[in-house]
Design a protein around this ligand. Structure first.
Ligand SMILES: NC(=O)NC(NC(N)=O)C(=O)[O-]
Length: 343
């Protein structure tokens, strides 16, 4: 797999994605395309319409009166609009009924467009028509340096595709952030984890996802640490800002919660992340309790770009929220990125 798969999946259902329309879903429903789990399969499970698959599957097409076969398509509204760095088309378990070709287009529409309005959008090809195989994950790099809100998966001519993963960098509308106190660590606002000591069970990016974690797998969880020291993760904030309140949610971490946590911060525009002396404390090492939310009011008004959370000695965090205010520089950064990425 290419590098881009470490970026969040902007389309996945758990980040708010939705399959809003499809040309056909005779065998299996379009919604399966963005299920968060790996595609499953149980042989010999025949329902009234055929074998059951964990994917999107259309009917076998037949030429119309003009001899045209056409092709099937599905439109996904990204849960987190952003710059797409790569797409994975996964035909897991579709062995005799996968499409021989697929392509992907993307568009950007403001507001909350209805399905009918999407048809008239300016669609940009981000994955050209490409041959694909059955029961295989196909990664495609995407180079368009633009923010997109929707993708259209074309299955040529018909068949089944288990999943589409749309990896990229979320880009928030600055109109909804400037002048407000916001979560500077939210994935949907453009924050991301840039480093961590251990992600054996689940990824630290999960801490920054919207909503509550329903189980420990939906948060960040490390392996049991046997060496001295502690586990940590570094978050690049959505933009430079002043952090005023930290929420450290350990919900679902019952027998694997850390004993204590601390927060440190840095302004990486003037210091290197490797310079230990440039980091300063936002929250001293503080005892925490399993399976619950902790909120800490933070003092100080230093402008920062990154926050490091340390957990002692190991365990995980379900959600991390860093509420604060963007600085003038932060607002400017978000606004110019937004303008650069407009089509
Ligand atoms: N055995 C199959 O999978 N057949 C077909 N599909 C389903 N779902 O039964 C088909 O015709 O593509």
């Amino acid at each position: 797999m290419t590098d881009f798969t470490s970026l969040p999946d902007l389309a996945v259902r758990t980040l708010g994605g939705s399959v809003v329309a499809a040309s056909d879903e005779s065998f299996e429903e379009k919604e399966n395309l963005i299920n968060p789990w790996k595609p499953e399969f149980q042989p010999e499970t025949f329902g009234a319409k055929g074998q059951e698959y964990d994917g999107w599957e259309t009917a076998r097409r037949r030429p119309d009166e003009n001899g045209e076969l056409g092709h099937d398509w599905a439109i996904v509204r990204l849960g987190l609009p952003g710059v797409i760095r790569g797409v994975v088309i996964d035909t897991a378990w579709f062995k005799g009924n996968f499409p021989p070709y697929a392509s992907v287009e993307a568009c950007a529409l403001p507001g909350y467009p209805a399905v009918a309005e999407l048809a008239d959008a300016e669609w940009v090809e981000i994955v050209p028509k490409s041959p694909i195989k059955g029961d295989t994950e196909h990664p495609f790099d995407v180079t368009a340096e633009r923010r997109f809100t929707h993708v259209r998966l074309n299955m040529i001519p018909d068949g089944g595709i288990a999943r589409i993963r749309v990896h990229g960098e979320p880009v928030a509308d600055p109109e909804l952030l400037t002048g407000l106190t916001v979560d500077l660590a939210a994935l949907e606002n453009g924050a991301r984890v840039t480093g961590c000591s251990n992600m054996f069970y689940s990824r630290p990016d999960n801490m920054l996802a919207p909503g509550l974690a329903r189980n420990q797998a939906e948060g960040w969880e490390t392996a049991r640490r046997r060496d001295p020291g502690n586990e940590w993760a570094i978050i690049k904030l959505a933009a430079p800002g002043v952090v005023k309140l930290a929420e450290i949610d350990l919900t679902n971490l019952k027998f694997n919660a850390p004993a204590a946590v601390s927060l440190a911060a840095i302004d990486a525009r003037s210091s290197s992340l490797d310079d230990e002396d440039a980091w300063f404390d936002l929250l001293d090492r503080t005892r925490v309790q399993p399976d619950g939310r902790h909120r800490f009011r933070l003092a100080g008004d230093r402008e920062v770009t990154h926050v490091r959370v340390d957990i002692y000695p190991c365990g995980g965090i379900a959600r991390l929220r860093l509420l604060g205010d963007l600085t003038a520089a932060g607002e400017q950064e978000l606004t110019s990125r937004w303008q650069q990425l407009a089509g």
